[in-house]
Ligand binder design. Structure first.
Ligand code: UD1
Length: 420
């Protein structure tokens, strides 16, 4: 099993180019199922989850190819015969695989998709996905760990109102409604920038889809989809992670390939913590911060503070003078990194879904275990600022979502290497 070895306390400086967004790439690839015309998707991060989604689409029958050199994915499904099955073996490592349910059902009128199952951060239910597809006319049963969905006469446009906000369910509903007969209104949608990226892609494929309220989308379904070239947006979470690395131990880090206007909440929080930032529209410079201040935050759907940056900002909070708190409002079990950070010298107490971080602590290197994608990277951040050596085990979690993490950090003079 691979490990990352980090020798901490090295000042970071240099430039980091942010990769394309994993969470935008996954639903966009799933939406390609709808279209028989040629699709070219560029700026795709070639991380494990994206590769798994490509494998899943190949399994289903898609003619999909990765151009590693040009970071492009090309899909050409003319005259391709599909099977409408997404098996457990491909969904067990990547729960976002359930996003193929909507497009398969909409296009082929039936689908059999493995239930994604639980994971370290929570139970990962799919009731909201199913609610939306049922509203669009699907008949759904659960049998032997699989979702069996049918729509004999195809899906029909409908009014869907989500009882609570879900990124994945919003995406499944949007993609399914794009190929349904008639008009759909979907309300109480997630509004994450990655959802906007999916909408932009569907528009390029000729779907008439627009926001008609703050959390409400109108979609006119169509079967006349067009060929499309699309560039994936930048990864917001990777950006936040590297800004926090800069805040922890940077002297001057310049982050490019981004659009700062979608990072309002994150930047507001970091500024309040005293992180020295120079913000331009497509670039951020992080300079050495003199003093990090404590803060209280709550994770929330966009435009709130993202749960996917919670573990990383917690590491920065260990460096703040005083008490910070984090209320985790999205997932029920997302403090798996806390025991490991405590082993490195952090002072953190958890009560229900609130973590109380008392700083400032001097972290010490230790052998630690990664439990999920964002928890893993928080341990890397802790290792960068800790005294001596940190060994992060189970780095396969990191590889699911971070492209060239070590290379990007090494370019900024970090002492990080991988043990195979
Ligand atoms: C997506 C992101 C993930 C991020 C999360 C929240 C991708 C591939 N993943 O995950 O990185 O952490 O958004 O921003 O984009 N829920 C239900 N029923 C459902 C679906 C969800 O109760 O049918 C609950 C979940 O348990 C959770 C909350 O809704 O408590 C939000 O989850 P959701 O927004 O669906 O997360 P994902 O789409 O899985």
């Amino acid at each position: 099993m691979q490990k990352l070895i980090i020798k901490g306390k090295r000042n970071l400086s240099g430039n980091i180019k942010i990769s394309g967004s994993k969470n935008a790439t996954l639903p966009i690839l799933a939406a390609s199922i709808l279209n028989n015309q040629k699709i070219e998707i560029s700026n795709t991060p070639l991380v494990k989850d994206v590769i798994t989604m490509v494998e899943l689409l190949k399994y289903i029958g898609s003619n999909i190819k990765i151009n590693y050199k040009r970071k492009k994915i090309v899909i050409n499904n003319k005259k391709k015969k599909f099977r409408t099955l997404a098996p457990y073996k491909l969904l067990k490592t990547m729960r976002a695989g359930v996003i193929v349910l909507g497009p398969l059902l909409s296009k082929f009128k039936k689908a059999k998709v493995s239930l994604p199952g639980g994971c370290a951060i929570g139970t990962r239910p799919v009731n909201l996905h199913l609610l939306a597809l049922k509203k669009l006319g699907a008949n759904i049963k659960i049998k032997n760990g699989y979702i069996l969905a049918k729509a004999k006469n195809g899906l029909r446009g409908a009014k869907i109102k989500f009882p609570s906000i879900s990124v994945g369910a919003t995406e499944n509903a949007i993609i399914a409604a794009s190929y349904a007969d008639g008009v759909s209104y979907i309300s109480n949608c997630a509004t994450e920038p990655e959802i906007q990226d999916l909408i932009n892609f569907l528009k390029k494929m000729n779907v008439n889809i627009n926001w008609v309220g703050k959390r409400k989308i109108k979609i006119e379904g169509t079967k006349k989809l067009k060929s499309a070239n699309y560039k994936i947006m930048f990864d917001r979470i990777e950006t936040g992670t590297f800004i926090i690395a800069g805040a922890l131990i940077g002297t001057k880090i310049v982050i490019s390939g981004i659009e700062t206007k979608v990072l309002k909440k994150e930047l507001q929080v970091l500024k309040k913590m005293g992180v020295k930032l120079e913000i331009k529209s497509k670039e951020i410079k992080i300079l050495k911060s003199r003093k990090i201040k404590p803060i209280s935050i709550t994770t929330a759907p966009y435009p709130g503070f993202p749960t996917d940056l919670q573990a990383q900002i917690m590491v920065l909070m260990t460096k703040a003078n005083g008490i910070s708190t984090i209320k985790e409002n999205i997932f029920e079990n997302r403090f798996m990194h806390v025991p490991e950070l405590i082993r490195m010298g952090a002072k953190i107490n958890i009560l229900d879904n609130v973590a109380k971080i008392t700083g400032s602590s001097n972290l010490n290197g230790a052998e630690v275990m990664a439990t999920d994608l964002r928890a893993s990277v928080s341990l890397v951040l802790a290792g960068l600022v800790a005294k001596n050596k940190t060994t992060v085990n189970r780095v396969y979690h990191l590889d699911r979502g971070y492209e060239f993490l070590e290379k990007k950090l090494k370019n900024c003079k970090a002492a990080i290497s991988r043990l195979h």
